[in-house]
Design a protein around this ligand. Structure first.
Ligand SMILES: Cc1cc2nc3c(=O)[nH]c(=O)nc-3n(C[C@H](O)[C@H](O)[C@H](O)COP(=O)(O)OP(=O)(O)OC[C@H]3O[C@@H](n4cnc5c(N)ncnc54)[C@H](O)[C@@H]3O)c2cc1C
Ligand code: SF4
Length: 522
């Protein structure tokens, strides 16, 4: 990168050199919140070291908006820190964190460097090696961006402790929606009220957008040129890149959408990619927003009568339940889970994941949204995209990699448990109690894609039938052992057994044809 390509940023950031400093804090790209800096850092304002590292970004086809978001938010945060009186060293290049930190420790023998433990496994391991080389000059602190402590949970989770029970414990510890030791309203979970389809013509508020400033515009131009072959588009980049912008977006979620978040949490609608979802995961995942402050806001909305309990409980459960649990699962299961593949699927990724080119309307809508925005909501990720990946017997690692590269909010700690644990059942049932696969009826029940689809939702097999319909039964048949052993879904095998032989054969023929003829990414 030449200096002119980042001239706006360079003019905006007053940089320091490490000369003369004895203490420094390495700020990892997903730890952008000075409120969580260690106390001595806040008091003494040592040198802050940022590393904008491109090696990994070039090696894999990360979504262009993801790259813009990562670099722009890190640059803005560095400027804010400098404005707040911190000396800042901002390094760029292809080298990884450990190379740059190792170099600095060699070149500046008086310098000691602190960092908060990175979430990503490989970054953590690389930095641990630096820590082992310089034990007296490096300090590794716990990662403060989550509420639950890994040491209290990882053993239990490895043994299959389910999210729902973890969530109840978290409710008790945090006190959210608790009423004298009992869950507010009498129930822990209001999911039953959260499964409505969006009525036709129902108003969905426009999601607030942030106008990119000159620093972000510069990053957009650079990413569009330098990462031109990557997935997705930079056009229309409108994410927040500072904490104050992210807080404004959170504000609009709590005022305009939380109210109906619950009922339509699982709904899917054409042309309405965000519905009543918060679209705040990106900001929590790099520290611009903190999970606790969002739960505080949600609880306050309930107490003040601005949002119903099923919406507020559903939202808080996603954060102190699912999000925390997913992180603990990553801590508990790494690194062995990386190779998990319970069904032994080895097919390459269907090509439509990259270009949305398929006659399956639900799939092409969902992938199209991801190409444009690097976002789709949870049910699209789970019940359309992972579902079709699993039903077409795709290698779960290929699905994992696609989610990792394609979404702006993706990082290994969150994608890996969601894909290998939740959506593909690759871990054999440590995280999920059943494989998340379904036929087209679920998609039709929760969404409005089927009426414009080239396939017929009511046709179960043969020419023109919805592929989800026959692929689902094919899956039940082939994975009968996994289904049979599982009390929640064993009845599906019994249903399959009752189909007449001609129907079974037609399902199997349609499935083999679809799976074998599907264009796949080489
Ligand atoms: C296959 C698959 C891949 C996923 N990949 C990611 C990912 O890369 N990054 C990511 O943050 N989430 C991921 N999720 C979880 C979830 O889909 C997203 O967090 C959510 O869709 C983000 O949109 P939102 O902020 O509008 O969420 P909302 O619907 O508004 O939910 C509120 C918050 O709850 C948290 N949350 C809810 N479910 C989960 C979950 N299962 N895991 C972690 N956090 C959760 C998120 O922080 C989210 O912002 C994935 C889920 C699946 C099934
Ligand atoms: S008919 Fe099947 S493939 Fe088409 S939109 Fe409905 S569920 Fe998707």
């Amino acid at each position: 990168m030449t200096t002119t390509e980042r001239s706006v940023f360079d003019q905006s950031l007053k940089q320091s050199t490490p000369e003369g400093f004895e203490q420094a804090l390495l700020v990892i790209h997903d730890q952008l919140n000075s409120g969580l800096f260690p106390d001595d850092v806040i008091q003494n304002k040592p040198l802050l070291i940022f590393v904008e590292s491109y090696g990994q970004s070039r090696e894999h086809p990360y979504h262009k908006k993801k790259l813009v978001y990562q670099f722009a938010s890190q640059r803005h945060f560095a400027i804010e820190c400098a404005d707040a009186g911190y000396p800042v060293l901002y390094l760029t290049g292809d080298e990884h964190y450990n190379d740059r930190i190792g170099q600095l420790l060699r070149e500046y023998p008086d310098l000691s460097i602190t960092w908060m433990q990175p979430l990503e496994w490989d970054t953590r391991k690389r930095l641990e090696a630096v820590n082992a080389d310089y034990p007296d000059r490096t300090r590794v602190l716990a990662n403060p961006f989550f509420m639950a402590k890994p040491e209290e949970w990882t053993d239990k989770i490895r043994d299959g402790y389910r999210m729902e029970f973890f969530y109840r414990e978290m409710r008790k510890t945090t006190g959210y929606l608790m009423d004298e030791g009992r869950p507010a309203g009498g129930e822990w979970n209001y999911d039953k009220s959260n499964r409505e389809k969006l009525p036709e013509g129902h108003n969905v508020p426009e999601i607030a957008a942030c106008e990119p400033d000159d620093i972000t515009q510069e990053v957009i131009g650079w990413v569009a040129d330098s990462f031109a072959g990557h997935f997705g588009e930079t056009d229309g980049f409108n994410l927040a890149v500072t904490r104050s912008e992210a807080l404004q977006l959170a504000d609009s979620f709590f005022k305009e959408r939380l109210n109906e978040f619950g009922p339509y949490e699982d709904a899917m609608a054409r042309g309405k990619p965000t519905l009543f979802h918060s679209v705040l995961s990106v900001y929590m995942n790099n520290g611009l927003l903190l999970p606790g402050e969002l739960c505080d806001r949600a609880e306050a909305a309930y107490i003040e009568g601005q949002a119903p309990l099923n919406s507020v409980e559903g939202y808080i459960r996603q954060i102190i339940g699912w999000r925390e649990y997913i992180r603990l699962y990553y801590e508990a299961m790494m690194p062995d889970v990386r190779s998990a593949n319970a069904f032994g699927f080895s097919n390459k990724l269907p090509r439509f994941f990259w270009d949305a080119d398929t006659k399956m309307n639900c799939v092409s809508e969902a992938v199209g949204q991801v190409i444009r925005n690097g976002y789709s909501h949870h049910i699209q990720r789970l019940m359309i995209l992972s579902n079709i990946g699993n039903l077409t017997e795709t290698d779960p690692h290929a699905i994992f990699e696609w989610f990792l590269y394609a979404y702006v909010d993706a990082s290994e700690w969150v994608v890996l448990p969601n894909v290998l644990g939740m959506s593909t059942f690759a871990d054999g049932g440590v995280l999920a109690s059943k494989p998340y696969v379904s036929g087209g009826n679920y998609i039709n029940k929760m969404g409005d894609y089927c009426k414009d689809c080239s396939y017929s939702i009511s046709k179960k097999e043969g020419e023109g039938a919805c592929p989800f319909n026959y692929l689902y039964w094919n899956f039940v048949d082939k994975q009968r052992d996994a289904f049979k052993e599982n009390g929640r879904v064993s009845f599906m095998v019994n249903t399959w057994e009752k189909f007449d032989p001609a129907k079974k054969e037609a399902i199997s023929k349609s499935s083999d044809q679809f799976i074998n003829e599907l264009p796949r990414y080489q």
